[in-house]
Design a protein around this ligand. Structure first.
Ligand code: ZN
Length: 502
């Protein structure tokens, strides 16, 4: 892969994993290694170092910052010790990370490899690595659960101050319900389910001068909507004891993902029913429901499909903001071996271009027919040549056998024998090289593509296309029929596209 040549700006992302041992020590080793790579390649870099190693993306501030910068196309690549450092195993997080790398067309570089997620092979490797990370996380969860569940199972309260309206009973180490607080708690819940919002409930509690759950600094501003929300969704009020919401891991405070919590039936009295709990959750979800803008929408319709006619490399498709609007453009950033950049001229991927490409793809013209025919001919030719090379190989092998016989029967001199043997062996090397070449051509060619088949698929493609609502869906539709599109822009500015169908 020649991508290394076009990389100028990289981000170095550092995060320790659970098994790394001493935090500082490991991270500085990683930092040194990655910085050395960036320096050796002459890349400009910025380090993103996760101080808190949170479980989920939302707790990883540096990753959040990094993803935002990727969205703005600030980096050509992200340098990490291993792919699994990017995520932690949460499938949803991996989805967000992958989307961001794809849509921003950013490479992932590890000390051993470069990954371009638009490349199918790299994409598979990435998915495999993330699968491993997910599996690891599951194992860790199980270990944690098995080790710690014993104490929590007894139903004893070990978690410090209990939530309102409970109070801690020191004698039997259990939770009791405080009668007056219970009355307030029930009112809170009824008001919420009756249509009050969290802020209105906080105001009401403050106006009524109801003492806050905790004294001192923690509640110096009185009741807050955040605090009330936390009380309303708490599962302790259902009669459970929750264990393992946070943990101290080698001196680092960690917030634990909800899936990893241990929830057991406690000995205390529930203060809300399961139905009430679910009604609260439903109402909260309704109120906090935000339009979930999928990142994938930021893909260009042609992302991953355009290839440069001049150098054969995949063209980059980048998005940038212009006059408050996003515009897409494509360019070839390939650097030739002599250090010169590819001469291909890029282009804005505007409506005009998109319309042209749609027309180009949905209409099988003479050129496409020719492309298909050429491909078929190329395949036939390669097969014929492979056959003849195989024949040649077996002939040569037989000739060597014959030569040995002749030598054994003393029909040829030792010198003659050696000379002919060397000649045969040399031609075997050459034949084998040719065989490999034709095998590669055959393996890479789209066997069985016919004009009829393409027409049939274009029909299906058109009906899928009509239902697409965003670029991600359009990209998927294109990918369903198009293998790649060769882009060429002449000196007159005209773009010539050659479509290769799947
Ligand atoms: Zn090029």
């Amino acid at each position: 892969m020649n991508n290394n040549n076009v990389i100028k700006q990289v981000a170095i992302y550092l995060r320790k994993s659970r098994d790394d041992g001493d935090y500082e020590d490991v991270l500085s080793k990683h930092r040194d290694a990655l910085v050395a790579i960036a320096n050796a390649k002459g890349w400009k870099y910025k380090c993103y170092e996760e101080v808190m190693s949170g479980e989920r993306l939302i707790y990883r501030a540096e990753m959040q910052k990094l993803l935002k910068c990727l969205d703005e196309n600030l980096y050509d690549a992200v340098l990490v010790i291993d792919i699994d450092r990017l995520g932690r195993g949460e499938p949803k997080d991996w989805g967000v990370i992958k989307d961001t790398f794809l849509t921003s067309d950013t490479l992932i570089i590890t000390p051993n490899s470069t990954y371009d997620l638009w490349d199918e092979k790299d994409d598979m490797t990435f998915d495999f690595k993330t699968m491993l990370a997910k599996y690891e996380l599951k194992k860790i969860k199980e270990r944690f659960r098995n080790g710690k569940i014993g104490g929590a199972k007894k139903g004893m309260w070990t978690n410090g101050s209990p939530p309102y309206p409970y109070i801690y009973n020191r004698e039997d180490k259990k939770l009791d319900v405080h009668p007056e607080k219970y009355r307030i708690y029930r009112l809170m819940m009824e008001k919420y389910l009756g249509g009050f919002n969290l802020l209105q409930i906080a105001d009401w509690l403050n106006e009524e001068k109801i003492p806050t759950p905790y004294g001192g600094k923690r509640n110096k501003h009185g009741w807050s909507s955040v605090g009330i929300r936390r009380l309303l969704i708490n599962e302790i009020h259902l009669g459970y004891i929750i264990y393992g919401r946070t943990r101290n891991y080698r001196g680092n405070f960690q917030i634990i993902n909800k899936d990893e919590w241990i929830k057991v039936q406690g000995d205390h009295q529930p203060v809300k029913t399961q139905e009430e709990h679910e009604a609260i959750l439903a109402k909260l979800a309704e109120n906090t429901l935000q339009p979930n803008r999928s990142k994938a929408i930021n893909v260009a319709p042609l992302s991953g499909l355009l290839f440069c006619s001049k150098c054969g490399n995949r063209m980059r498709i980048k998005r940038r903001k212009q006059n408050g609007e996003f515009v897409w453009s494509t360019m070839c950033v390939h650097v030739n071996e002599d250090g010169s950049t590819c001469e291909q001229t890029g282009r804005r991927l505007d409506d005009e271009f998109n319309e042209a490409i749609y027309k180009r793809i949905t209409k099988i013209d003479q050129e496409s027919v020719q492309t298909v025919n050429e491909e078929t001919m190329r395949l036939q030719e390669a097969r014929a040549l492979l056959q003849s090379k195989n024949d040649e190989l077996s002939k040569t092998l037989k000739a060597i056998e014959k030569l040995i016989e002749l030598y054994e029967e003393e029909m040829v001199t030792k010198q003659q024998f050696s000379q002919r043997k060397v000649a045969h062996e040399n031609s075997i090397i050459k034949i084998k090289r040719d065989i490999e070449k034709y095998q590669i051509i055959i393996a890479g060619s789209k066997a069985g593509v016919t004009v009829e088949k393409i027409e049939d698929r274009i029909g299906k493609f058109k009906s899928v296309w009509e239902k697409t609502a965003n670029n991600a869906q359009r990209n998927k539709a294109y990918r369903s029929i198009v293998h790649k599109i060769i882009y060429d822009r002449g000196e007159d500015g005209k773009v010539i596209l050659r479509v290769f169908y799947k």
